[in-house]
Design a binder for this molecule. Sequence first.
Ligand code: FES
Ligand SMILES: [Fe+2]
Length: 341
Amino acid sequence: MQNCPRTMSAETYRDPARFEAERRAIFARSWQFIGHARELSAMGDAISANIAGFPIVAVRAEEGLRAFHNVCRHRAGPLFTQDKGNCGGRLTCAYHGWAYDLEGRLRNARDFGPAQGFDPRDFSLLPVRIAQWMDLLFVHIAEGGHDLEVHLAPLGRRMGDHKLMQTVPAGRRTHDIACNWKIYVENYLEGYHIPSVHPALDAEIDSLKYEVTLEGDVCFHAAPLRDAATQAVYNGLWAFVSPNLGVNVYGHGFMMERVMPLGHQRTRLIYDYYLTSEIARDPVQTEKILNMSAHVTAEDKWICEKVQENIEAGVYDTGVLSPRHEQGVAWFQRRVSAALS
Ligand code: FES
Ligand SMILES: [Fe+2]
């Protein structure tokens, strides 16, 4: 019989100091999905992201992709203020108008005036690593860590032949949840709650045959579709890429689900949908897929917010994890604890 692991302590989910430590130890030290290569196809195309409080901008420069902290070197103003667009060849600060080229070099400190000892070469934007895997773009704030290829290799082995590449961007939805990001991730990492929390999803998949497999930085969940669910939205495969990315595979595409902390009790889910062009052209089918995930998310939001409230109540410290159903949660908690130790 397998051991029954204890959960992390309640303090882990409600302590603002703990969240500050996680920003640096986890979010700055992992590959973070930021978008699709199509969004950075022309020179000057740019996308921004906020990764646990680190504002990032990624651009298509002459020599390839570049990413920087979206923080001006003058007095910390913002450079690129849209979600995506084209910056016109210069990243220009919205505060006093300093302009940087797409390599991050300061080209014009607008009307700064004569200033002894001021050398623009000392004020380049602070770079961030960026890499592409298939058509998906990721950034890594701190030095070190795995190469992106190694990080995502299990995903390639399991899903490489799944129409990941024959899809087009089909929209974004965001959902804000009043809970710690780890509560949402842990909920994502087990199917134990499906019969109680998601009756409609439970009708599509056979949750009794739900299987969790761990491979490197990825945790796979699979459940066979029920015979009657021939019109199912889901394909029965979900991957979670440590520390905060869900890859939800559908019958006609997939959705990248970012779990982004906004604070120790606030989390934003960013859902980017990629569907086959045939389905993406059909508004009825696209709506059906978006509505199904919105429905499941509303159910998860409800339960995760209740759990956060109960954690805040201060009567619960630690619990236990089922070896049969919650080995994904135990895996995640081991990784979080190791990153912080
Ligand atoms: S803060 Fe950017 S130009 Fe002043
Ligand atoms: Fe759920």
